[in-house]
Structures are given as C-alpha cells and as structure tokens.
Design a protein. Sequence first.
Lengths: 195, 357
Amino acid sequence: MMTKYFLKSRMSLQLTNRAKPVDRRPMNWLERLYLWNIAKGMAITLKHFFSKKVTVQYPEQTRSFSKVFRGLHILNRDEEGRERCTACGLCAVACPAEAITMEAAERKEDEVHLYREEKYAARYEINMLRCIFCGYCEEACPKDAIYLSQTFTPANYQRKGFIYKKEDLLIPNPLTDKEAYEKALGTIKAKNQKV
Amino acid sequence: MFLLAIDWSLILEKLILIALIIVLCMIVAMYATYAERKIAAFIQDRHGPNRAGPFGLLQPLADGGKLFFKEEIIPLASSKFLFVLGPMLAMITALITSAVIPWGTSAMIAGKTVPLQVADINVGVLYIFAVVSMGVYGIMIGAWASNNKFSLLAGIRGASQMISYELAMGLSLIAILMISGSLQMSEIVNQQRGGALGDFMSWNIWKQPLGFLIFFICALAECNRTPFDLPEAENELNMGYHQEYSSMKLGFYLFAEYINMFMSGVLMATLFWGGYDIPFVNESKLAESIGHNWVAFLSFSMLMIKACISIFIFVWIRWTVPRFRFDQLMHLGWKRLVPLALLNMLITAAIVLWLNK
C-alpha cells in the first residue's frame, strides 16, 4: 500500500516520460541462479556487437558543421583578386581577446592590382591561442574582408605556430587558383545565405 | 656401445612439432589480443584498432614491437632473481600444457606415421593438472618479488582463487575420467569419435553438460579472466601482480594469459567437444579419398575453430559480466561449484556403475 502511494506521488513529479519505477521484488529462483541473468546480459552485448558503430573515422570522414560554425579566419579578396582589407582596425577594436594585430601601409601606384583600397594591411596577425572564435571581427568589418570559415585550428608543436600571418589567413587568389578560392568561398556563401 | 640407441628421426620429428606448436601458440595469443580489442570495441559500439594494416590486422605486431622497445625497469627493492623468474614461469607453464594435446589425426610424412601430439603419455589429464596448478607460481613469485603491496595482495588473491577453483575443476574432470576410463588424451578423443549414436552425438558434452559448465567456469577462474580477474583488478589493485613490470616482462605476463586462454579452449574442445573430431564426417573414409595429410590438416583446423569459438566466448563474457567481489568468488567456488561438482561426480559414478552391471 505504502509503496503504491509513494509511486503515485513520484509519478506526479515526473520530468520526462522515460522514467521507469524500480522493480524491487525479491529475486526468484531463476534470477538467483545468476546464469540466466548472465545469458540475458550476453544477449544484450551480442546485440551491440552487430549494431551500427557510432564512431566517425576522423581523417577520412568529418562531422558536418552547422552553417553558422565559427572556425579559422579567412581574409577575403574581391573578384579581381585584390585584398579587401583596408587596415581600419575595427576588427582589432572589436576583438574581446585582443588577438588581432595589424600594421597599415599606403598602396603604391604599381600595387593597384593587389589591394582594393588606398590603404592596406602590411602585417595582419591573429593569435589563434588567444582567439575565442566569437566572430565579432566578422561583424565589425565594414569591407567584407574577414570571415570565420568552417575549418578549425590544426595542432602545432610550438606556440609561435599558432600566430597566423597574413599569408596563412588570405583566401586563395580567384585569378590564379580559382578552384581553391571557390572552395573557400563556398562555405562563406552558404553561411551568408543562412544569415 | 648400443645402450643409447636413440631414434634421431623421432627426436627431430618431435622437436619440429614442438617448435610448430610454440609458434602456433604465439600467433594465436597475438591474435587473441587483437580479437580481444576488436570484440571489446564492437560490443561497445566502436570500431577497435583499424589503422595498422587492413582492418588493423598488424596491430598485434605493433603492440609487440612497442613492448620490446619499452624501457625495462626492475625496481630497486625487488627480489631480482625472482622478479625475472616470474614472467618466465608464467610463460613456460602456459606453453607446456600443449605437450599432451592431440592436435589432429596423424599425418603421413615420407611413409612414416607422424602423430600430431608431442607426448602421448598415459597420464595426460594428470599432467595437465600438474601444469595448471604450477601456473599459480608465475603470478605468486612475480607478485611477491615486486615488493609492492598491491602486487602482493594480487598474488595472494590469485593463489587462493586458483587453488579454490582447481578443486571444482578436478572434480568435474573426474566425471569425464569415469566415462572414458582413461587418463590418456588421445584415448579420450578417440572415444568421442564415431560410435553408435552418430558422429558428434558421442562427444562428452552430451554426457556431461553440468560437468562442462563447471569446467568452463573454473577455466575462466584459472585464466584470471573476468568475472574472476581479481588478481589484476585494475580499479582496486592497479593491475595487480604485473604492476611493477614493464617492457617484455609485462608482455610475457599478458601473453601467458592469452596462451592460457587458448590452451583452456583447446582443452575444453579436447575433453568435451570431441577434440579434433569433425562433425558429420567419417575421417577414415575421407582419408581414403583425399589423403591422410589433408584429413590431418582439416581435423587440426576443426580443433582450432573449436578453440577460437571458446576464445570468443571468453572475451564476450569479459565485456559483459562485472567482476566478483572476493567473498562472492570464494562463496561461488566452495559453496556452489564444489558441491555441484561432487554431485555431478556421484551421479556419473552411479550411472556408470549401473550401465556396467
């Protein structure tokens, strides 16, 4: 009687409908023999033996990310392969982790095909150990120059390997390496469509 | 001068056979570790080792190579001679069980009949008992020589466990001996082949199902396999008796465990499942059509298949059943298995007596 009442009061507190009341009956003869229960347990493990494996075989297969995943940064170029960044420093200001460092320089006459604006970033570094991948730089950028891609930080043996230079961050040139450019851009496009 | 007339061809034959069997044991033990990892992974919904070679088949080689190149540490406070002796004993006792096992029907090489058995002694079962009970020394000596409290506890546990379960094991075997009336392994196998009831119906398992169950449980305990792996209980004793061991000495202990597993599989097949007998096949008739050596090979393969099935079951049990508490272990051994084995023995004795009257 008491247990019944107890069970009922528990039921009213139920948070999910997966809860099962615990069976506290004394073991019967078959259960006390232990062998039968081992056989039942072995049936369960045998079922798992043939079941589908959940492992993602990492280097060959990768898990798909959501469209808004924030991975490593990309410095964007325009259609003519010119760097979009004008070294305004808004990303560095927006960065809560102070991971971005840059140095500006003025574009020369013969560099028009390299840089879109009159001022460009001569040096642009992101310290990936400081970066928290919040995406504020992406939001702050007025020139569509910086994006967070869908690749994530690879491992490195040394700390200095995590300070990414401009060469590491720049998207491939669409004029010389169209395929790689489209590949890198594809993820950004998909991301922008979602947003 | 002819007092020592030695048949050198016999010695050569036996030496080759011994070498082959040792190599076989090693390979089986190697791939038993692979099977263990693979089966464990599959049971836990994982893939297991799959990087070294196709399906990870070279994994045992990689493991062995790793163990060989590990630094060898002998603790300062250990008893050095015994510390080295421990893994050697474990390995030797695991291997010499194979001497009396009939591995298949005899082969014909150069017009000579070569039995696939190293020593067909007439006290085969007794010999196996002697060797199995020596197996405890490897663990005990290694554990004591390590001069480590966990190892010592493990050694004590191992010794008491093995002694307790040997009793029930012996009693369950006595029933087999009553049926066969012989201690000779080849004779026990021969009696299980053919017979009036049809080929595989004369296997001892049909006459001694309870005896087999007891023997199987005791074999698990003798091999220190879960649920009886108290001597190496990882979460209580930090790997127990091989805690202080490193490099290939540790490898020897681990290998010895898998060889023991293989050996008990072969032993169970030999004593209860008809040995190398191929079910539904009359071997002597087959030998006339495809030749003696092929039948020897097939019968040997049959024994291997039977042993592999029992290795699979051993591993399957390991990844299903949790470890016993020590008092539960002793309770099961002394209060359940020994009386049960005695009862089985008495019933068998009564039936044998009644049938022979």
